[in-house]
Design a protein around this ligand. Structure first.
Ligand SMILES: CC(C)(COP(=O)(O)OP(=O)(O)OC[C@H]1O[C@@H](n2cnc3c(N)ncnc32)[C@H](O)[C@@H]1OP(=O)(O)O)[C@@H](O)C(=O)NCCC(=O)NCCS
Length: 175
């Protein structure tokens, strides 16, 4: 999972401070289900993600979004697989210092390629809050289709939020 800009790689123990910085920042997680992380939560998250880096034991696969040349972690993304491991929910987040440079879109392309390639998924989908137009734009740039609007679907930081549902089928990716 490499190209000139960012690559996706499994997390390592060395990523704990960067993960803490990202998931301890309300600006990053305000539209996501993640709670605000302290250092211990970041440590646990990295340990669990690294222990199941191919998502073979559990449903969740997590990747660092890292610069291809330096390996510096600038974001996180992942897939949550359904029980049959045929569909997956994609998520992503990026360090605010690097917003607006196309990196989430690039990471999203790697994630779709991994899901529809090695994982052989049939369908990938993502949720996005109406308050988060940058994320909706990323999903559209990835070629995902808006399939629906789910009313008060996710409880995010104590508030029930409406969500847009975007998805892509395997055949659409290969086309
Ligand atoms: C959403 C997020 C991942 C986008 O990352 P990014 O690297 O800046 O995304 P990209 O640069 O690839 O694309 C962003 C697009 O949104 C557009 N955009 C940014 N802010 C926008 C706004 N307020 N309204 C409309 N479009 C907006 C940008 O112009 C760009 O589109 P363009 O390439 O056509 O110009 C990043 O803002 C983030 O990490 N947010 C916090 C975590 C999060 O919300 N994750 C998604 C959960 S659903």
């Amino acid at each position: 999972m490499v190209n000139d800009g960012v690559k996706l790689r499994p997390l390592t123990e060395d990523d704990v401070p960067a993960v803490h910085r990202l998931l301890g920042d309300m600006k990053v997680i305000r539209y996501m289900l993640f709670p605000l992380f302290d250092e211990q939560a970041a440590r646990d998250f990295v340990r669990e993600s690294a222990a199941d880096s191919d998502g073979q034991r559990g449903p969740s696969l997590v990747r660092a979004i890292a610069f291809a040349d330096s390996g510096i972690l600038v974001g996180l993304c992942g897939l949550v697989l359904d029980r049959d491991r045929l569909q997956g929910e994609a998520w992503y987040l990026l360090d605010p210092d690097y917003w607006g440079k196309g990196l989430a879109t690039e990471a999203g392309r790697h994630l779709l390629a991994y899901g529809f390639g090695p994982l052989g998924l049939h369908r990938m989908w993502a949720m996005c809050l109406p308050q988060n137009p940058a994320s909706a734009r990323v999903l559209r740039k990835l070629g995902m289709r808006r399939e629906g609007y789910l009313r008060k679907h996710l409880r995010i930081h104590g508030v029930w939020r409406d969500c847009f549902l975007y998805a892509m089928l395997r055949e659409e990716w290969h086309a």
